[in-house]
Design a protein around this ligand. Sequence first.
Ligand code: ZN
Ligand code: ZN
Ligand code: FE
Length: 742
Amino acid sequence: MVEGLIQGVGFRPFVYRLAKKHHLSGNVANRTDGVVLNLYGDEKKIDVFTKEIELLAPPAVEIKNIHKTFIDDFFSDDFYILPSKSIDDHITEISPDIAVCDDCLNDMKNQQHRLSYPFINCTNCGPRFSIIKALPYDRSKTTMDKFEMCPICNSEYYDVDDRRFHAQPVACNNCGPEYKVDNHSGFNLILDKLTETIDNGGVVAVKGLGGYNLICDAANERAVIELREIKGRDAKPFAVMFPDLETVQTYCYLSKAEKEILESWRKPIVLLKEKKQLARQINSGLPSIGAILPYLPFHYLLFEKLKSKAIVYTSANISGEPIIWNDKKASLILENNVATFVNHNRDIENPIDDSVVKVVNDKNQIIRRARGYVPNPIAIRKNVEGVFAAGAELKNCFCIGKGKNAILSQHAGDLKNLETYNFYKSTVTNFFDLYRFKIKVVACDLHPDYLSTQFSEDLVKGNLNGNRVPIIKVQHHHAHIVSCMAESQIEDKVIGVSFDGTGHGSDGNIWGGEFLVCDSRSFERFAHFEYVKMPGGDLAAEEPWRMALSYLSKYSIVARNKLDCFAKIDSTKLELVGKMIESSINSSLTSSAGRLFDAVACLLNLCSENSFDAEGPMRLESIIDESEKRHYPFTFNEGIISFEETINRILGDLNKVSIPRISAKFHNTMVNVICEVINKMRKETGINKVVLSGGVFQNKYLLENTIYRLKENKFETYTNHLVPPNDGGIALGQLLIASNYM
Ligand code: ZN
Ligand code: ZN
Ligand code: FE
């Protein structure tokens, strides 16, 4: 029996060919818990065969375990691939989309019917999730159904010795999908047009795997500005696609772990440290680059002709909306705004963005979980069949339970955006149909106003055929911590540290600097950051100066007029917000760590107004002087952590100590806060396991230094690796918590 991510990724044909090679007979079959292999033949050959399974397996296969047992009376005359028996077996078979493999790139140069064919794929690579309409995974149930295989493709498809045996999206120049520009096909002509436009500083829109993408020369400032205009002035840093690893290393610093994930078959965007600057507009001056390598055959063909060695590669969407995948909408919104608009005729069934990953402590941290990851299931220790977890509101993903698997949806985005909310609703329907999902329990956030909460309430009220389904409302930060417990399969009580931007607390306030003692059922709030006012509610998260003002007012600091950070703010606005704080109008209370980082970023005059999510904290982290080991004082009394002294000392340091040093001292203070509080928690509870989760832990300096210190203090530390520590991972925690109520 072989366990791991091995279904729907060409494992059985691979095993078949390997068995033939070693003259072994027997059979191979899928089961929900793995792949079962029965072998008959020479024992030594079986040993070599087993070793080669691990050594030679297709790229997307991840083997976790191989269990061997001897059967006395087994005999087989040949080797067979046994058909799957039940629909449940098919469920784990939906593979994520896989980047084009080396063999296919080679075929693209040599196989007559696939010369320069931009949709080339095989059993080991190509589109999967993005094209599947229903199960079992079979060509007729994908968006490849409208393309009839030519005789050559057909013979490859049925030839068990061929690399394309049962490759559902198999296609070639004679029979497969094709790119189009102005309704003309002819791929060479299209490539010429594209490369000409990009090299001359124009912006192009191209239909990709999971949606449309916007592309331009990443070294051309004006082109990047134009691209931003098209996207509705979205200020988020753009991803940059480089033709190869060598070019990545010209522009970015690359560690071994970063190189590994960048080159993996998942081909995510990897956040790297910038070495050489491209157009400044790409990352608004932040010293990092979201690098990505080619993953479609089309990308390789494009770079072969392109002069430009780095291109902006971003999903075509209007700021805040989901990726555009629908052809009609694309031509309506994009066609007239870009210099060249390229389409293709393979439909996108499940729209999906590129994933975003970064490496922290030599391990992958997922920031956005989408292409290459979804819908890989996450193994749970218990049966979670029938649990639907609706997720949070920002960076939304939802999650469904199938057997002992949790399956998370692709990243949707901010549900407050109508288009995104529609995308969310249709994806939920898709998942329910695709996985033949029957709801037993619904989990959602405690926040009454989250659209995902309202959606859940409607779901429970609605037509569930009269069946009463419980709805479990889960506290946001409890869900963050449990998302990590689910990944690591921890069942006992832990110390949970959730540093986050926002989240509805059990007392109605907005939490986010939380120390919890919890398991997957319940939690106790052991300590938290001191409450401060959030003048203007959600606006305070977009405008860090409001939080800076709030902290100053809280600690009765009257330095406002001397601080540069308020100089740019309209004085009437300043007065108004000052009064708001004084009289507690529209000023909810928050213990959020994210808001504290915002305030400090503003006080250091790094960011008074966010032009994208978490800009302030990102700027604060990006300038840290790592040689600075000192920190600021804080107080921790009766479960409340107060930053009065911290803020006062930061203001005292302004103009005396460099900003990078102040930032380091502030970050070091945060590490100290965590250590001091959890040491006390360990003393009182005897718990030694610490879970760190929440959006603020995307801060690499904070997380790496915290882990280092926790190790020194002999804590067992756990962080998210399979789902994001931000709200994109919340649904997994919700799911496990709600599974207790089935
Ligand atoms: Zn391939
Ligand atoms: Zn063909
Ligand atoms: Fe959160």
